[in-house]
Design a protein around this ligand. Structure first.
Ligand code: ADP
Ligand code: MG
Length: 556
């Protein structure tokens, strides 16, 4: 007595379907990665829920994902015995935009940004990517714990409507059947599917199985085609660079290789494993100046996936890090609220920060090219740490690089240590200038006296610099000071010259002060300038002009 109901997709879904099918064409194979990733999430969720409710696992035993095809019917099928969905969940999850990744994709692709294939790989575009290769998709699903009669059949051609009906399903979990478009025969080959599984999903922690072929035909026997072990639990010596890279790709919706990684096991009163990666380019949102969604760092407890916990495990300024933390001693039933106050977790967080800073330091020391790539991508994000993480301020400052009057043009390659190494005898201050652009910093008349005296000045023009400098008053025992503030360092001869000049100019100074009135607090003879006749200067406690402007823009 199955009655079929037809519904319209939420307007945004129709939009995503259109965008995805048109812009993903050159990456159409990722539909398989997306469907397997959903199947794997469904198995994770069931394993997690079964901690409190063991009978959810009744029936089919081991959690797994099956991929098969039927050359006659021209279908590819991905099936999992994970959590499944109730009718309401089907409507909520695949009739609307459930996925944050999909929403961001929509925002990005419909904005100014043209569909750039390089960017697309960074989004989890999710379930709807099935319609890139299929002109009809059928989903059969039953929630774990629900009776066989509560199965649901969902079907759509991806054109704006879908149908729903009740279905009798013997097993829990979800089956997704793709009815391939006419020209997508390449996915009706076993080797093709198997190699895509190894390429994108090798490190999914559940077995991904395919039917064994006998005499050129799929049989009833299944074999596992992926690696399926939790990579981070293996001894380092058994893991190749390729393994690390392919695990990275399975984590982070990033088509590119990771730049570097650090894999550590801590044993003791509290045992845990961390596998942390630095990406080689910023994710889309970070690039656009927005906030990353803080995904990409997964918390496992004794190999059971618990949740995305980047916010709990990493400070904000390291939000670009991706990876896995697997703790042995946390209670499996932790909630996000408990996590936020858990002292063990604080210690794990501290260890993550230390490992990441160690890794970046190692790049700076041994792999300058990689470090340059890292710094270009994430240097400005790292600077937030100067303000955010007082306990690591000196370590972070050591990693920063700036343009300099003694550097190579606009290139940010001078470290504070380089600067100190070039200081003249008796110099106790690291001088810098901040401005809106490198050209404005490098061309400032404030630099004249420093140039004349051969004193190096760091040229800072990133938006975040002024804010960061508010928390960086000192490095390695040297003060950091702006050339726009206070007095220029003078030797005895200079001082004498200045005093004489000041005396000679007294009548002029008085006249200028009268003329300018309240608009200035003082008019002085200065040693700052050698070529320009005058410049504006700040006292020690005044705000730099462009910071004042930034604050005004922000409505302060
Ligand atoms: P995301 O995986 O990023 O949430 P998707 O578009 O891939 O976005 O999937 C949307 C939602 O549909 C999922 O969040 C999940 O709730 C549901 N879903 C998709 N596939 C499955 C599946 N195989 N089993 C259970 N739920 C699923
Ligand atoms: Mg998904």
């Amino acid at each position: 007595t199955a009655t079929t109901e037809t519904r319209k997709f939420e307007a945004e879904v129709a939009q995503v379907l259109h965008l995805v099918t048109h812009s993903l064409y050159s990456h159409k194979e990722i539909f398989l990665r997306e469907l397997i990733s959903n199947a794997s999430d469904a198995c994770d969720k069931l394993r997690f829920e079964s901690i409190a409710q063991p009978d959810l696992l009744a029936g089919e035993g081991e959690l797994h994902i099956d991929v098969s095809f039927d050359a006659q019917a021209r279908t590819v099928t991905v099936r999992d015995n994970g959590i499944g969905m109730s009718r309401d969940e089907v409507v909520a999850n695949i009739g609307t935009i459930a996925s944050s990744g999909t929403r961001r994709f929509l925002e990005a692709m419909s904005g100014e940004q043209k569909a750039d294939a390089r960017l697309i790989g960074q989004f989890g575009v999710g379930f709807y990517s099935a319609f890139v290769v299929a002109d009809k998709v059928t989903v059969l699903t039953r929630r774990a714990g629900a009776p066989a009669s509560e199965g649901v059949k969902w079907e759509s051609d991806g054109k704006g409507e879908y149908s729903l009906e009740a279905a009798e399903l013997a097993e829990r979990g979800t089956t997704v059947i793709l009815h391939l478009k006419a020209d997508e025969d390449e996915f009706l080959k076993r080797w093709q599917l198997a190699s895509l599984i190894r390429k994108y999903s090798d490190h999914v922690a559940f077995p991904i199985r395919m039917p064994v072929e006998k005499e050129g035909k799929p049989s009833d026997e299944w074999e596992t085609v992926n690696d399926a072990g939790a990579l981070w639990t293996k001894p380092k010596a058994e893991i190749s660079d390729e393994d690390y890279q392919s695990f990275y790709k399975s984590l982070g919706h990033d088509f590119n290789d990771a730049l570097a990684w650090t894999h550590n096991r801590v044993e003791g009163s509290q045992s845990f494993t961390t596998l942390l990666y630095l990406p080689s380019q910023p994710p889309f949102d970070l690039m656009m100046g927005g906030r990353d969604e803080r995904k990409g760092l997964k918390l496992y407890i004794k190999r059971v996936f618990i949740m995305d916990a980047a916010e709990e495990l990493l400070p904000n300024y390291l939000r670009f890090v991706r990876g896995v933390v697997d703790a042995d001693d946390l209670p499996l039933n932790v909630s996000r609220e408990i996590l936020q106050q858990n002292r063990q977790l604080e210690r794990i967080k501290g260890a993550c920060v230390k490992r990441v800073l160690d890794l970046i330091e190692k790049l700076a020391k041994d792999e300058p090219e990689k470090f340059a790539t890292f710094y270009k991508a994430f240097g400005n994000t790292l600077k937030e740490g100067i303000v955010e993480d007082a306990s690591n301020r000196e370590r972070i400052a050591k990693l920063l690089r700036f343009a300099s009057t003694k550097g190579e043009g606009a290139k940010q390659t001078t470290s504070l240590d380089d600067y100190i190494g070039r200081m003249s005898l008796g110099q106790d201050t690291i001088w810098y200038i901040t401005a809106d652009s490198h050209a404005a910093a490098a061309g400032s008349p404030q630099l004249e006296a420093f140039k004349a005296k051969d004193i190096e000045v760091l040229l800072m023009s990133d938006r975040i610099d002024e804010w960061m400098l508010g928390s960086l008053n000192e490095y390695a025992g040297k003060k950091l000071r702006s050339v726009a503030k206070g007095e220029v360092p003078l030797d005895e001869a200079d001082k004498k010259k200045q005093e004489e000049a000041a005396k000679a100019a007294e009548p002029l100074l008085k006249k200028l002060k009268d003329l300018l009135g309240d608009r200035v607090s003082d008019v002085k003879v200065s040693a700052r300038l050698t070529d320009s006749p005058s410049c504006l200067a700040l006292s020690d406690y005044e705000m730099a002009p462009h910071l004042a402007r930034l604050l005004r823009e922000a409505g302060h």
